[in-house]
Design a protein around this ligand. Structure first.
Ligand code: LHQ
Length: 265
């Protein structure tokens, strides 16, 4: 077992999780999944945590499933479907549903499930030397961890198919140009940019952010009319939050708002 497959750093208003198996490009093992779940439990229980930053140690972000780990061995008890069911699918669902922004700082190669964990985050920043690889087809697998759902939505069917079938690395700047990620930045600026974003989120209208995430996720299934109804309902909730009152007051008084992130009564 790795001693610390992930590192968790508590910052003012947010946490930084670093995937920490650099010799294996931070590939996922069962131990890493278990540690990540425990960290997310802790983060969710902390009402003072208003953003999350995920990055990787060393030269990679994450090379997906560790192909030496028992989770990847079809002959053992946990077959691949079970690995997804028990570990990856709950992780992806959870990242999407966290009630505050999640930022991925992709510091190097993001392959297989590692790429799709990054793409499940709300904002993906990548260092210019980073690449995104849907590596699955190279070993006869199907893009998982939400890849087949998110890729066509982000880059369209033609690019989603080519990325999935060819399994070629997509450089960060091209990923930005294609709309796969938010921004490619200089490798040396990556962490500072990501921390700046999380610092901004940590003093933002957190409850409003959670409602924005809900609205955008629901829009993937809804028709316009249903989505308009949902926007009405969510806006009603947002309008009752203390941050809305504070935001309007601050605007009128020409000062920066002092958001609490709270839901309101
Ligand atoms: C690795 C890995 C790795 C172990 C690099 N495992 N050691 C879900 C359900 C259940 C099972 C199956 O999987 C899934 C989801 C998935 O994620 S499937 C996709 C799994 N990932 C891959 O197939 C990617 C495999 N890795 C690569 O293709 C390359 O390593 C990439 C393109 C990521 C990076 O290439 P390089 O920069 O040239 O680095 P490298 O290949 O030299 O890797 C460095 C070391 O890390 C090396 O070890 P070594 O002892 O030779 O230094 C690799 O063996 C090791 N490593 N990925 N997934």
């Amino acid at each position: 077992m790795d001693e610390t497959p992930i590192l968790v750093e508590k910052r003012e208003g947010f946490r930084v999780i670093t995937l920490n198996r650099p010799a294996r490009l931070n590939a996922f093992t069962e131990d890493m999944h278990v540690a990540l779940k425990a960290a997310l439990d802790d983060i969710e229980a902390d009402s003072g945590c208003r953003a999350l930053l995920i990055t990787g140690a060393g030269r990679g972000f994450c090379a997906g499933q560790d192909l030496n780990d028992r989770l990847a061995k079809p002959t053992e008890k946990i077959v691949l479907g079970g690995t997804l069911e028990h570990f990856y699918n709950p992780l992806i669902r959870r990242l999407r549903a966290l009630p505050f922004p999640v930022v991925a700082a992709v510091n190097g190669v993001a392959a297989g499930a590692g790429a799709n964990v990054a793409l499940a985050c709300d904002i993906v920043l990548a260092g210019k030397s980073a690449t995104f690889v849907q590596a699955f087809a190279k070993i006869g697998l199907v893009p998982d961890s939400g890849g087949t759902w998110i890729l066509p939505r982000l880059v369209g069917h033609a690019r989603a198919r080519a990325l999935s079938l060819l399994a070629e690395p997509l450089p960060a700047e091209k990923a930005e140009a294609w709309g796969l990620i938010w921004k490619a930045v200089g490798d040396n600026e990556l962490m500072a940019e990501a921390i700046k974003l999380c610092t901004q989120f940590a003093s933002g209208p957190t409850y409003g952010y959670a409602l924005i995430k809900r609205a955008l996720d629901a829009s993937e299934q809804n028709d316009l009319s249903t989505q308009l109804d949902l926007e009405r309902d969510l806006q009603r909730e947002a309008g009752m939050s203390p941050d809305y009152a504070e935001g309007v007051r601050a605007f009128m008084e020409k000062r920066a708002p002092n958001f609490t992130g709270k839901k309101g009564s």
